[in-house]
Design a protein around this ligand. Sequence first.
Ligand code: ATP
Ligand code: MG
Length: 228
Amino acid sequence: MISLRQVTKSFSNGDEKVIALNNVSLDIKENEFVAIMGTSGSGKSTLMNVLGCLDTPTQGDYLLNTQNISQLNDDTLSSIRNRYIGFIFQTFHLLPKLDVIDNITLPLRYTDISQSEIQTRADALIERVGLSHRKHHKPYEMSGGQRQRVAIARALINQPSVILADEPTGNLDSKTSEEIMKLLTELHQQGQTIVMVTHEAEIAQYAQRVIRMKDGQIIEDTQTCSAV
Ligand SMILES: Nc1ncnc2c1ncn2[C@@H]1O[C@H](COP(=O)(O)OP(=O)(O)OP(=O)(O)O)[C@@H](O)[C@H]1O
Ligand SMILES: [Mg+2]
């Protein structure tokens, strides 16, 4: 489903050139749950940005659902992103003025999906993440864990091929982190493909495969028995 072939991503800061991804090849199959680990600056977020079509490789190819997206323009890239990718961020990225329903349905606002279909999906997802009693709350009226549940529902609303989560529990206490990881695990068990960045071993344990990065390269790629 996801295939990176000898992908390099470099940035130039004035005279200095930073190689954030150095010749990375990686295949991720449908319904895998992958954790990406590595020290700060090792290229994890850059990798996620490429996977999420937020950025394109400097060299190499990225195939998503067999389509080569390495050289597409921004408009095509963003429509592929809206169609196939769901994002979850460390700091939730909810819109403060919108209530739960409006935050969740935002990614479908400018699509041709009917209002009734949007409503049906949103109701099912709000139920799914356990927020039926919070439909009309604003983000500031909710706890961190509840906000991340809203973000997870929003990530799922376009029925994405893959969920990309960059440090999804980075702003949560350990009990709330566990709840969020249990929810992601359930989604995975129901068939969702998930790629998650974390630097906590306890969080990585929920995944079935752990990829370790260093200096823009994959230095370890291990299948694990999921702890839960
Ligand atoms: N837009 C950019 N412009 C210039 N350099 C960048 C850019 N994005 C990333 N880099 C550089 O690329 C390297 C990899 O950065 P990246 O953000 O992918 O690391 P990371 O593994 O996500 O780190 P962290 O754990 O701190 O989030 C770093 O040296 C970083 O400074
Ligand atoms: Mg990062």
